[in-house]
Ligand binder design. Structure first.
Ligand code: ADP
Ligand code: MG
Length: 274
């Protein structure tokens, strides 16, 4: 099919009904809107008329018109997909990397964090462990990195250590552990927040061991914890052997970000009081 150039008249074959150099004014053929709905092209439907007027003014070609409509449809779809992925991740609050004050934590390797936000770690199935005292921004960074992953097309999910243990417990009670695990396997990034804050019983520890085994070389896990690795057995029901095996999997491919310093919240509230 030939396409009329910006300056030439459209020929009879491509547009029998037009006689001007520009696209015809939108006259809404009777079946068009229905067909666009059936084809599930909502942005075509919403935009075709105004884009037609715009292309007409600019004397754009038919191909240009089609291309602008197609791009609009695609970018709307992509942005909806990003929103869907972010909602599905169930972050407690959205936390952006752009809101993270790196000057407040000079011990943190900013370049490394920025590199991680490009999400190569997801494709490499590398894990991330954020370790440090309360309030230094571990959860903030875990969410920011996962948000970046969602924006780059990856599927993420946020759990606290307690909530993943509870999720396993419920799945066991309902005899749907394999269904749970196959849904976890479909994710690209899983956050396990606050590991070490609450002790986990033997069954919970076994669930977590199963979870980390499942994720090994399949799903990137971002762990936030207040405990150095040497103290992890105390969280996992004192089971040093199982904790060792778990750490072996978790740290096979890992980026460890140690954050030192005082709680950011505490520093902010002290500043306000001054
Ligand atoms: P942690 O998980 O280490 O206990 P959080 O990530 O929950 O700490 O941080 C506590 C609060 O302080 C959050 O609202 C977080 O957004 C904010 N915060 C912490 N560190 C920073 C920082 N360096 N820049 C901006 N906000 C921060
Ligand atoms: Mg936290």
């Amino acid at each position: 099919m030939t396409t009329p150039s910006r300056h030439s008249k459209p020929n009879r074959q491509t547009s029998a009904k037009t006689s001007s150099t520009s696209l015809p004014a939108p006259s809404s053929p009777p079946n068009l809107e229905n067909d666009l709905k059936r084809l599930r092209l909502p942005t075509f439907l919403a935009e075709y008329s105004s884009l037609c007027a715009e292309c007409s003014r600019e004397q754009a070609t038919y191909a240009d018109y089609l291309s602008r409509l197609t791009s609009a449809e695609l970018s709307e779809r992509e942005s909806k997909a990003v929103t869907r992925r972010i909602n599905a991740a169930k972050f407690p609050t959205p936390k952006e990397l752009s809101d993270f004050d790196f000057k407040a934590v000079p011990s943190l390797n900013k370049q490394k964090v920025l590199e991680l936000s490009r999400c190569g770690f997801v494709s490499d199935r590398t894990n991330i462990v954020l370790v440090g005292p309360p309030g230094v921004g571990k959860t903030h960074l875990a969410i920011s990195l996962s948000l970046s992953a969602c924006r780059l097309g990856h599927r993420a999910k946020f759990f606290t250590a307690s909530s993943i243990v509870n999720t396993y417990r419920e799945a066991r009670e309902e005899r749907v552990v394999s269904r749970l695990e196959s849904s976890l396997r479909k994710l690209d990034v899983i956050v396990i927040d606050e590991l070490g804050y609450l002790p986990i019983d033997q069954t919970g520890a076994e669930s977590l061991f199963g979870f980390f085994s499942l994720c090994y070389e399949q799903v990137s896990v971002i762990v936030t914890t207040n405990l150095p690795f040497a103290q992890w057995p105390q969280t996992f029901a004192g089971d040093a052997r199982m904790t060792g095996a778990l750490l072996d999997r978790l740290t096979h491919r890992v980026e460890i970000l140690a954050i030192e310093g005082d709680s950011y919240r505490l520093k902010q509230s002290r500043k306000k009081k001054r």
